[in-house]
Design a protein around this ligand. Structure first.
Ligand SMILES: Cc1cc2nc3c(=O)[nH]c(=O)nc-3n(C[C@H](O)[C@H](O)[C@H](O)COP(=O)(O)OP(=O)(O)OC[C@H]3O[C@@H](n4cnc5c(N)ncnc54)[C@H](O)[C@@H]3O)c2cc1C
Length: 503
């Protein structure tokens, strides 16, 4: 019977970072992944030879010395990645229906302010106040700054600030208020809920520097997995864990759907915490705790239109678009059948084939799980194909055309460039990533209940740890930091942070 030092369930960003770091510490690691392709939201898929990302449209903090750069340097992937920097003067462009102006978010704080001042010349003070606050909030998160102390008191005074209320407090200019919150699809922002720290940690990383993965984000998973294997670690694909079995007060083994048992000294789950605890009937995890986790809201899901363009028909752009209706910035997910979509985001995949023309485009609009609940008993991935039926195809087609009508209002002629398109719905996210409601980013953070929405990497089972986006923060940066937090909890010290800082 093979027994590993550490068994990691799930090969998302958090799971892979844990496997890599612990392998470097000399431990034998094994990652078990339910899908054929590793990576969770790092997965890509090719349609008509065009690569589409599932969950890595752009990355921040990758300039030399910045936080994600240092993490990627430590895990030895940064020099092998194929990256493309986005426009320095516009990594995101904000468009408002009925307004022809393009509001650009530029890289670098001074550049960010000066580009917005073009449209808001009287708002210098507000913009400076905003940028200073973002930097101040970020400075209170030691790991984000690759400092090893984790003094909770340091950040206690900024955890309970509401993002929308804060933005509203710095200016009375309604347009600027809307523009500053307009890319909140990055964190599924909600009024009177999203804490300012979530907005700040994410927005800051893109203002510092903004990048696309050329030919898709799955390169991150591939590079990390090569490093894990080079140290003797194992990665087992297409193997779904169904049970986590406790004996004598600790996890003894994890059992797969096909009956295989994986023994280890320590187990790390990269699955959603609710899914993790549903796999064990141990009384050590109290029902009150399970119910508390179940009561936490998950972020919404999305409808994604992946367009394959006719050759040389659509000019590539090195920024992203966030398009919305005036007045709906913080309630974009509260659409109904008649007014959907209230907003959408557009991402051009960076391809090694051409920098002049795009071969594909992804358009994301919020969609709630309940909108596809009629087909919730179906399951469809490349591992387990199950046709969801004709009514589902009709639903996808109808929604795709409504979304395209909305996009055409801002980008007339786009339809003529389309060769074909493919659609992902909340069910695709559910089946490929494993969140039971297709949630994009996992557990929603709420400034009114900050402690309730901070999930510890430790569990009541002494050898079971959690990792991934549900812990601290989502995103590639957030899930990487969660991986580090989990390793520090498991190793009992935070030396690894020093190693990353000094890499
Ligand atoms: C549409 C979308 C767009 C995004 N865009 C960006 C972006 O542009 N930039 C950015 O930084 N972030 C983005 N994100 C967020 C980011 O991709 C995620 O926060 C991050 O990748 C999550 O990592 P994770 O460690 O939580 O693992 P996950 O990606 O959640 O992966 C979990 C893994 O566990 C596996 N698993 C689940 N159950 C089992 C089981 N029973 N047995 C075995 N394996 C199992 C899953 O198959 C999966 O591989 C986006 C996410 C989405 C969905």
């Amino acid at each position: 019977m093979e027994k590993y030092d550490v068994l990691i369930i799930g090969s998302g960003m958090g799971g892979l970072v844990c496997a890599d770091i612990l392998g470097r510490e000399g431990l034998s690691v094994c990652v078990v992944e339910k899908n054929k392709q590793i990576g969770g939201s790092l997965q890509t898929y090719a349609r008509d030879k065009v690569i589409f990302d599932s969950g890595v449209h752009y990355l921040g903090g990758l300039e030399q010395g910045q936080n994600l750069y240092q993490i990627f340097k430590y895990i030895d992937i940064i020099d092998k990645m194929k990256l493309q920097r986005q426009d320095l003067d516009a990594f995101d462009k904000i468009l408002v229906e009925g307004d022809d102006t393009e509001y650009a978010f530029a890289q670098g704080y001074e550049n960010f302010i000066s580009k917005l001042l073009i449209h808001f010349p009287d708002e210098k003070e507000a913009l400076r106040t905003y940028c200073d606050k973002i930097k101040e909030v970020c400075s209170k998160f030691p790991l984000y700054n690759l400092r090893s102390t984790n003094n909770f008191d340091e950040k206690s005074d900024i955890l309970e600030i509401d993002t929308k209320a804060y933005i509203d407090s710095i200016t009375t200019n309604e347009k600027l208020r809307g523009v500053l919150g307009a890319n909140n699809a990055l964190y599924a922002g909600q009024a009177d809920k999203t804490p300012l720290y979530v907005h700040a940690l994410i927005v800051n990383s893109y203002i510092e520097s903004s990048w696309k993965c050329v030919d898709g984000g799955s390169q991150i998973a591939k590079l990390i997995s090569q490093n894990i294997k080079a140290r003797g670690g194992k990665i087992i694909r297409d193997c779904e864990i169904k049970k986590i079995v406790e004996e004598n007060g600790a996890v003894a083994y994890a059992e797969a759907a096909d009956g295989r048992r994986f023994y280890a000294t320590t187990f790390i789950s990269n699955m959603h915490p609710v899914a993790t605890f549903a796999m064990t009937d141990t009384p050590i995890i109290k029902n009150a705790y399970r119910n508390r986790l179940k009561s936490l809201e998950n972020s919404t899901s999305a409808f994604t239109l992946n367009i394959v363009f006719k050759k040389y028909s659509f000019k590539y752009f090195k920024h992203n678009y966030y398009v919305g209706r005036e007045g709906y910035v913080w309630t974009t997910a509260e659409h109904n059948e008649e007014n959907w979509p209230l907003g959408y985001a557009m991402f051009c995949g960076a391809s090694s084939k051409s920098e002049e023309y795009a071969d594909g485009l992804s358009i994301l609009a919020y969609m709630r799980y309940e909108e596809v609940a009629a087909w919730q008993d179906t399951f469809n991935t490349t591992s387990k194909v199950n046709d969801r039926g004709e009514t589902y195809n009709e639903f996808k087609k109808r929604k795709a055309e409504v979304l395209l009508d909305a996009v055409e209002r801002k980008f007339p002629g786009l339809r003529d460039c389309i060769k074909t398109y493919y659609v992902a719905t909340p069910l695709s996210y559910r089946d490929y990533i494993g969140n039971e409601d297709g949630s994009l980013y996992g557990i929603v953070k709420d400034y009114k209940h900050t402690l309730k929405t901070f999930i510890s990497p430790r569990t009541k089972l002494p050898n079971l740890f959690l990792t991934g986006q549900n812990l601290n923060l989502h995103g590639i940066l957030g899930a990487s930091m969660s991986g580090i937090v989990t390793c520090c909890a498991f190793l009992g010290n935070d030396d690894v942070i020093t190693k990353i800082r000094n890499a």
